[in-house]
Design a protein around this ligand. Structure first.
Ligand SMILES: Cc1cc2nc3c(=O)[nH]c(=O)nc-3n(C[C@H](O)[C@H](O)[C@H](O)COP(=O)(O)O)c2cc1C
Length: 261
């Protein structure tokens, strides 16, 4: 529910300008709320108001955290370039508090239509991960290209979770056609955030593929009823330190710019 506090509203119209659902309208001397059922609850109106006049769903604007300065381009670039897939982990559990702190930040990653429909499944402990890895490998036993992975698993190595103490999966019902994008954005955001907390991650691609294909894998993961694990990472404290940034393919980009229709 959107509320405009008329004693605070300075009629600048910014709330109406940022509302993607056109719920807010500037009339001659006031902002009016219309078509509220189309509201995405994204909070852009609240965030942009210079005078704290807009409240959404009963939360007072003054109770919300103020904007903070962003990291510099250099800091972000260092993080994006320096993040590595971690496949060697210390023999240490990831404290739940630490993981929850990270996941709580990731709630702010964007979702299509602001559905905020991503939930997380956290698998903790190597025995639990081993059971999932067993189910994943069983599914892949017939794939010739994965023979070495199967062999390594059968020898007691962990080519699926790489010895991580836990794995997290971004899950959604799969009823929205961009659910996989929502989940991937959430997981990618977490992947970038974790190194700032001393943790490391690696995408659990084999598990994601197997879980999409096989109900048995989802059952062993103890998935909630209608949810599907759509993007996953193994997570832990990195055992190794990377010293340089590997090269990547050159940028491929094509601009299309037309002056006339
Ligand atoms: C969708 C996706 C799935 C992946 N699956 C796996 C996986 O199952 N096991 C693994 O060890 N690495 C996996 N990776 C990690 C990639 O191999 C890695 O990102 C790539 O080699 C580049 O290395 P970097 O992440 O250190 O820059 C995956 C990465 C992505 C984006």
């Amino acid at each position: 529910m959107i509320r405009i506090e008329s004693t605070r509203c300075i009629r600048c119209g910014l709330c109406a300008r940022v509302c993607v659902a056109h719920c807010l309208h500037m009339t001659e001397n006031a902002v009016t709320v219309r078509h509220e059922d189309y509201c995405l609850h994204c909070g852009q109106c609240v965030a942009v108001c210079p005078n704290g006049a807009v409240s959404l769903d009963g939360t007072a604007p003054d109770a919300l955290p103020p904007m903070q300065e962003f990291p510099s381009m250099e800091s972000m670039a260092a993080l994006i370039r320096g993040r590595r897939s971690v496949r060697a982990f210390k023999d240490m559990d990831v404290p739940r508090d630490t993981l929850l702190q990270a996941l709580d930040v990731v709630r702010h990653a964007p979702t299509g239509k602001n559905l905020e429909n991503v939930s997380w499944l956290v698998l903790e402990g190597r025995p639990a991960l081993r059971r999932v890895a067993d189910a994943v490998v069983d599914l892949f036993r017939k794939e010739k290209s994965l023979a070495r992975l199967v062999e390594a698993h059968d020898k007691g190595e962990d080519p699926i979770f790489r010895g991580a103490p836990c794995a997290v999966f971004a899950c959604a019902e799969g009823t929205y056609d961009l659910d996989i994008v929502n989940c991937s954005i959430a997981a990618a955001t977490l992947d970038l955030l974790l190194p700032t907390m001393g943790l490391g991650a690696c995408w659990a691609g084999y598990v994601m593929r197997a879980a999409a294909l096989d109900e048995n894998v989802r059952n062993v993961m103890d998935m909630d009823g209608n949810l599907r694990p759509m993007a996953g990472l193994m997570v832990g404290f990195p055992a190794l330190h990377y010293r340089r940034v590997p090269e990547r393919r050159p940028l491929r980009v094509r601009f299309v710019h037309k002056e006339e229709a």
